[in-house]
Design a protein around this ligand. Sequence first.
Ligand code: FMN
Length: 295
Amino acid sequence: MINYSINIFVNLFFYVKNLSIQQRIYILYINYIQKYLLNINSLIGDKIIKMLAPMAGITDGNFALKLIPYGFDVVSIGGYNTDFQTIAAGKKILERGRNEFDIEKENLPYVIKKEIRLIKNKYPRVKISLNLRAAFPDSIINLVNIVDVDKIDIIEINSHCKQEELLKIGCGQEMLHSPNRLGKFIKKVVNDLPDKKVSIKVRSNVKGVDDLNIAKIIEKVGADYLHIDAMKPGCFEADLNIITKIANETDIFIIGNNSITNSVLGKKMINAGASGVSIAREAINGKLNFDISKI
Ligand SMILES: Cc1cc2nc3c(=O)[nH]c(=O)nc-3n(C[C@H](O)[C@H](O)[C@H](O)COP(=O)(O)O)c2cc1C
């Protein structure tokens, strides 16, 4: 918006004839104030988030340490399974050869504390997002209350994973099919962890799911971020239309994800209406082959 009005003032200054010196000075002055406001905005909160997206069995403290030097300001750890149901599902997924963090419930707070310490000791200003799979909101709330609460910046509810074992117990992407339950689930986490930022990770274009409705619910119940894997089945590029649609019809902070493999695609995500981007597969080898500062 501010960017847009700066352009108007520049056009006025250069192209409108018959303006007096005073009027031109006035235009320059307004233009200067607008640029100043733009700078302030980028310092407080309007800054684009660049996030390392979660990858189960991969994104832990040591992995995050490898990627932070590339310029990520938020790193995900997890997805972690937080209760007996999701831990059992994770074990089945692991048995069929897919990566998982296989951690017993009683050890989970200890492991998470260790991962957080590893990151924060070296990069205290980098924010940590904890991606959690849970059958019940209390599984997340109890875990976060045990873990050193000050150090987790973002709690991310996983409504994204599509492994059959998780869908069967009503977790991950399956939550999108029950918008009422999803809303209540998020609201409980938001209300019971008032000092935490809450993000919801979703996938777009799931058959039978109204993406915009889900985004509106997520906004209404008070979540801070909508982290959306804008995937489009059969397509190797993100569905930018869904990002624009949600950005136009809600005020939720969107972290756009899917197939960002260079800075141009990252910029496209921002231009479509996201306020942040996240990257998973392109970083899976522990390095990044493009400059994210250019997004
Ligand atoms: C190996 C692997 C594991 C993943 N595990 C999780 C997970 O635990 N939680 C989650 O929300 N997303 C998970 N994802 C999805 C990614 O965060 C991301 O949404 C998806 O890969 C699309 O982004 P990309 O195109 O940048 O890879 C995983 C992706 C991969 C490749």
